[in-house]
Design a protein around this ligand. Structure first.
Ligand SMILES: [Zn+2]
Length: 350
């Protein structure tokens, strides 16, 4: 394993935060601690921390690092995400503002387009100014499911595209996923790479919007028509994805993977720092999810591909030490064996 001499590697974990309508907020009672995320790439995460976050007691023999643990989260299990935030913090940076001695978003853009109604007054200002929204659980969940999807794609690529048909069909029937890929810029990326694809423009016709607004100056009408536009756009996106996947064949998967890694890796800016003759590798500290993708990139480029555990109900991803390993642990292996035994018994009784 590559040991990185990494400086300025501080990230923030939060104790005592509140969640309102899926928005994580910090307040005066919150305790914010710094830690170094790269430590959990250079050193495996201790089993007790893994079990604490995942909330199970699987006896893991495999080494799990921070990116594998993120990948092992179940996005439907909010408790797991909250425990992750306590231990490893939010996925994007909120920083200390020295002038106010306070934690805020470092970006000039607001963290959220729209805050939940019960947090703001009529003017859109926070009801409780000491409450700072720092992260959205919805986005957190999206990040987990996207990364699972990407790693699944990587596994298929490494398996010489075995199973690509089922994977693509699955993908094409998942409108939500197509929408997410669209928002992440995958379709623009695809269009740049493959010039002979049909038009990649999906925004509703602007002149149609204008026409509706000038002819019928009724805001509600525009609101009513919005879902129709959305449905239309989704349908168009799906068709585009279908055509693209057909035209590109196996390469479609390559493009998805390439696009996501380039988007995610662009969130971190690697740099070299020199201090008194000591040379260190550093990142601008903007994105834990960017770092997680960076660790994953180092792994997959080094032919270390995380694999999903085959045991029913286990969400864990592990690094296979043997080509034919399908379970994350002996716990899961035994559980699956017992399950097979029970299934066999059932069949015999019938
Ligand atoms: Zn397992």
């Amino acid at each position: 394993m590559l040991k990185l001499d990494f400086i300025g590697g501080s990230w923030l974990r939060i104790k005592n935060f509140d969640v309102y309508n899926n928005i994580v907020c910090i307040s005066e009672k919150s305790v914010i601690e710094e830690y170094d995320p790269i430590y959990y790439y250079n050193n495996p995460i201790p089993p007790d921390i893994i079990n604490e976050i995942l909330g199970d007691s699987v006896n893991t023999q495999q080494y799990i690092f921070i990116h594998n643990l993120f990948l092992s989260l179940d996005y439907k299990n909010t408790e797991q995400l909250l425990r992750w935030i306590e231990r490893f913090g939010t996925l994007n940076r909120f920083a200390k503002d020295d002038s106010e001695d306070d934690y805020i978003s470092p970006s000039t853009e607001p963290l959220f387009d729209e805050l939940p109604e019960n947090l703001i007054n009529e003017d859109g200002e926070l009801l409780n100014p000491s409450l700072k929204p720092v992260s959205s659980l919805i986005e957190f969940k999206e990040e987990i499911s996207i990364m699972k999807f990407i790693v699944n794609a990587v596994n298929i690529i490494k398996n010489k595209y075995q199973g690509i048909e089922a994977f693509t069909n699955d993908y094409l029937s998942n409108v939500e996923l197509i929408e997410t890929l669209y928002y992440y810029g995958f379709f623009d990326f695809l269009y740049e790479k493959v010039p002979n694809l049909p038009s990649a423009s999906f925004s509703p016709d602007v002149s149609t919007y204008d026409k509706i607004q000038t002819e019928l100056p009724n805001a509600n009408y525009v609101k009513d028509i919005e879902p129709i536009f959305n449905a239309f756009r989704r349908c168009k996106l799906r068709n585009f994805a279908k055509i693209a996947s057909k035209q590109l064949g196996n390469q479609f998967l390559d493009q998805i993977v390439e696009c996501f890694f380039s988007i995610k890796l662009s969130a971190i800016s690697p740099e070299i720092k020199i201090n008194n003759g000591k040379i260190s590798f550093n990142f601008s500290n903007n994105s834990l999810i960017g770092l997680i993708y960076f660790f994953l990139s180092l792994d997959i480029a080094g032919d270390i591909i995380p694999r999903k555990c085959s045991a029913k109900g286990c969400n864990r991803h592990f690094i296979p030490t043997r080509e034919d390993a399908i379970y994350c642990s002996d716990t899961c292996k035994n559980r699956a064996k017992q399950q097979r035994h029970r299934d066999k018994k059932k069949r015999t009784i019938r």
